[in-house]
Design a protein around this ligand. Structure first.
Ligand SMILES: Nc1ncnc2c1ncn2[C@@H]1O[C@H](COP(=O)(O)OP(=O)(O)OP(=O)(O)O)[C@@H](O)[C@H]1O
Length: 239
């Protein structure tokens, strides 16, 4: 039997919003034989539109696995994953890729930037591919580059940027496309305290302004207050 979680989620202020992301009974086994690991163990999780969820947990507890499953990059061994009303586990690979592109934004620790493009071009090309490159997208791109502190380096290519700077460009690129669901892995790991605060506040603002369902994995306890809700993973189980 497939466990069920509600199709709506109640936010901290008590309002009920449609669930943008819904994991029900999700188990993920990785590896095989004696090496097999249960990376996620019967995880139930619902995130509403406009809600900012922080996900914490020790190394190896399954945080990246949860983001990969939520983002349709990895299929669960058991359970269902609803993204914007569609169960990803019922889609073909091609359908899943299209659904991902239309609804999900990722910011991974190693931002997948295109080597030949400047920071500003990374944003503009993403908007162009999405069919949304107009004057307001150009203006918003510059605003976002400013918000992540990258205006002075907007004309540099990835190899001329630090890891943290590359990740900030990746964040600005994801925010420009204003996805329904935003999955962010350790956005402040390479940043000092003031910059971390700027970045997490930017994510919180965007979550509210664009009605995004945001899941942020973090080890940084200083930024948890920016989230609406904090969940902890331990040995693949949500606590
Ligand atoms: N391809 C794989 N094959 C087998 N086991 C794996 C594989 N990838 C991850 N694991 C294991 O799955 C578990 C969860 O890993 P995951 O990367 O999701 O944890 P995490 O909480 O994101 O860790 P960290 O904070 O160190 O990034 C760990 O025990 C890890 O060793």
């Amino acid at each position: 039997m497939t466990p069920t979680t509600p199709a709506t989620a109640t936010t901290v202020d008590g309002t009920t919003l449609p669930a943008a992301l819904r994991l029900a009974g999700v188990t993920l086994r990785l590896g095989s034989g004696a090496q097999q690991v249960t990376a996620l163990d019967r995880v139930d999780l619902t995130v509403a539109r406009g809600e900012f969820l922080a996900l914490t947990g020790p190394s190896g507890s399954g945080k990246s696995s949860l983001l990969a499953v939520a983002g349709g990059l990895q299929s669960p061994s058991e359970g269902t994953v609803h993204v914007a009303g569609t169960d990803l586990t019922t889609l073909t690979e091609g359908q899943r890729t299209a659904h991902r592109r239309n609804h999900i934004g990722y910011v991974f620790q190693h931002a997948n930037l295109l080597a030949s493009l400047t920071a500003r071009e990374q944003l503009l090309v993403a908007a162009h591919i999405a069919g949304r490159l107009d004057g307001s997208a150009r203006q918003r791109a510059d605003e976002l580059l400013d918000a992540v502190g990258m205006t002075a380096r907007a004309d540099r290519r990835p190899h001329q940027l630090s890891g943290g700077e590359r990740q900030r460009v990746g964040l600005a690129r994801a925010l420009l496309l204003a996805p329904e669901i935003l999955l962010v892995d350790e956005p402040t790991s390479a940043l000092d305290r003031a910059r971390s605060r700027d970045i997490v506040d930017l994510i919180a603002r965007q979550t509210r302004a664009q009605n995004t369902a945001t899941v942020m994995v973090t080890h940084d306890t200083e930024i948890l207050d920016a989230a609406d809700r904090v969940r902890n993973l331990r040995d693949g189980r949500l606590t």
